[in-house]
Design a protein around this ligand. Structure first.
Ligand code: SAM
Length: 165
């Protein structure tokens, strides 16, 4: 990360990159029927974007405590409530390797902690992705069987990551 960037610069880069990567992943996985997983609801901005543009597949949200904007709050039956360290293994039993698109934005302000958490959850996320599916993350992930793809136009290097099976 360049040291000369302000927090505002970094935030804008992250937002622009999330949208570019999500739009790319939504377009690339169009036609797939497997569910979409949003890991980390937060304010619900990226969930709202996905729900707005994905009409052909169910969008499930993994979150430990729902506190989103009222316009971005998913229906109760689409929320998988709890810590992802427990809900992701349970989702593998429930859904198998069927996810067409997984978006993860689970991090906070501490880059070292985000990286440690990304290492921890990578093996829990990896088996959920279907053949041909895409995974978009705000943090670098540590997958053994997924391949990192070049970023789409508009995304900023290091602010978002895209992986495919
Ligand atoms: C940065 S916010 C997501 C922001 C969201 N993409 C948006 O556009 O508003 C991260 C979210 O991940 C959730 N989260 C972090 N660690 C988690 C865990 N271990 N299990 C479940 N949710 C978690 C937090 O509660 C928080 O709501």
């Amino acid at each position: 990360m360049p040291d000369d960037q302000s927090r505002l610069d970094l935030f804008i880069d992250r937002m622009v990159s999330q949208r570019a990567c999500l739009d790319h992943a939504i377009a690339q996985t169009k036609g797939m029927t497997g569910p979409v997983f949003e890991l980390g609801l937060g304010n619900g901005r990226t969930y709202h974007h996905m729900a707005q543009y994905i009409k052909d597949r169910p969008v499930y949200v993994f979150e430990r405590a729902v506190a989103s904007h009222p316009d971005s709050t998913p229906p109760e039956d689409m929320v998988i409530l709890g810590d992802v360290r427990e809900t992701l293994p349970a989702a593998l039993v429930r859904f198998g390797a069927t996810a067409s698109l997984i978006h993860a934005d689970l991090g906070g302000h501490n880059r070292e902690k985000n990286d440690a958490f990304a290492r921890l959850v990578s093996p829990l996320i990896e088996p959920l992705l279907a053949e041909g599916g895409l995974m978009v993350s705000s943090d670098r992930m540590y997958f053994e069987t997924l391949t990192e793809l070049p970023l789409p136009t508009g995304a900023v290097e290091g602010r978002c990551f895209v992986y495919c099976r």
